[in-house]
Ligand binder design. Structure first.
Ligand code: GDP
Length: 191
């Protein structure tokens, strides 16, 4: 049976945060990396997550429940906004800090990386931040349909050198590795 994905909760402010007592996998990535598309691809639904026409506009933590397993995918919207004030950025940082603080239910962070780009500074910064918080990293390379196999393998090995883990290459457009990604998420959340 296929997993189902349901948006359960959206959190905009620190005072709306409460500890969810079930395993959680963070989904993180720069705006425009293809995160909404990937959520929709995993859900096999077109409009579960809003595909951004204005990158970085929505600023909330979105909790998606995965059934039948009972864990959560927690969408942390894009970092690296071009058009966002310092105040907004600081507020967003505080919300993420608080979410991660003392949260023993976080199994890993699936970090989305654009398969067309060599390792970027802001991706590495985000990864360092998760590592600092003792959150294991699952690197996922998005938009793999847009790259040639050789080009992709090169970026994949650059990330592997940095992370010591080989990224999984996916495409929301073609469905490449969709089942493997679900298996990876299931295994990580429910060991
Ligand atoms: P988000 O900002 O990370 O949520 O990114 P979106 O899911 O909104 O995607 C940003 C843009 O990339 C949109 O125009 C998508 O149609 C496109 N996109 C996302 N995933 C893929 C993919 O796997 N393949 C291709 N070719 N385009 C994609």
């Amino acid at each position: 049976m296929d997993n189902t994905l349901t948006l359960i909760k959206t959190v905009y402010e620190i005072n709306q945060l409460e500890l969810v007592a079930a395993p959680q996998i963070i989904l993180a990535g720069r705006s425009n990396v293809g995160k909404s598309s990937l959520i929709n691809c995993l859900a096999s639904r077109k409009k579960l997550a809003k595909i951004s026409s204005t990158p970085g506009k929505t600023r909330s933590l979105n909790y998606y429940e995965v059934e039948p397993h009972g864990y959560y995918i927690v969408d942390l919207p894009g970092y690296g906004y071009a058009k966002c004030s310092k105040t907004e950025r600081a507020k967003w940082g505080k919300l993420i800090d608080r979410y991660l603080q003392d949260n023993a239910y976080i199994a890993a962070a699936a970090v989305l990386l654009d398969s067309r780009l060599t390792p970027q500074k802001n991706d590495i910064e985000m990864i360092s931040y998760f590592k600092h918080c003792n959150v294991p990293i699952l690197p996922i390379m998005t938009k793999s349909d847009k790259t040639k196999q050789r080009e992709r393998a090169k970026v994949q090995s650059q990330w592997e050198d940095i992370l010591k883990v080989k990224p999984l290459c996916v495409s929301s457009k073609s469905g490449m590795n969709r089942t493997n990604l679900w298996n990876l998420l299931d295994r990580t959340a429910i060991p």
